[in-house]
Design a protein around this ligand. Structure first.
Ligand SMILES: [Zn+2]
Ligand SMILES: [Zn+2]
Ligand SMILES: [Zn+2]
Length: 141
């Protein structure tokens, strides 16, 4: 198990959920695919090593992980949702509207804004998912 699987699974335990083999396999599958994966694709990935894991178990676990703030579904166009990892509290994308390429970036400028809106609205913040749309360098040529 990678550190990231251990960190995410300890969050499940903290919230009182049992660490079943299926849940661990699903977490590992999400992390191995860098969290950019649809539910159906994740079913395929998990079943490569754990053929007994049912489709509904994967769906329910994705709902649970979303509820706990560890992942978020991202909807792009009419395709099925992709799940992205939110275990470190934030996730940022540049999305090219022309070729649909998604570029990850780490620079975060939202922490200050989070603090400001948190105190203004008395809102308890758990994280953010930022998507910036436009045209990538290749599509501008
Ligand atoms: Zn592009
Ligand atoms: Zn991403
Ligand atoms: Zn951020």
């Amino acid at each position: 198990m990678t550190d990231r699987v251990i960190i995410m699974s300890s969050k499940l335990e903290e919230e009182g959920y049992r660490l079943t083999a299926a849940r661990l396999a699903i977490l590992a599958g999400l992390i191995d695919s860098e969290g950019h994966v649809s539910a159906d694709k994740l079913v395929d990935i998990v079943r490569q090593n754990h053929p007994g894991v049912g489709r509904m178990t994967v769906y329910r676990t994705l709902d649970l992980l979303t509820e706990l703030g560890l992942i978020r579904p991202v909807y792009q166009g009419s395709a099925a949702a992709h799940y992205v990892l939110m275990d470190n509290g934030h996730h940022h994308h540049l999305v090219c509207s022309q070729c649909n390429q998604v570029i990850e970036f780490d620079q975060c400028v939202l922490r200050e804004i989070e603090q400001a809106v948190s105190s203004h609205y008395r809102f308890e913040i758990h994280g953010h998912l930022l998507e910036i749309y436009g045209r990538c360098q290749a599509c501008q040529d």
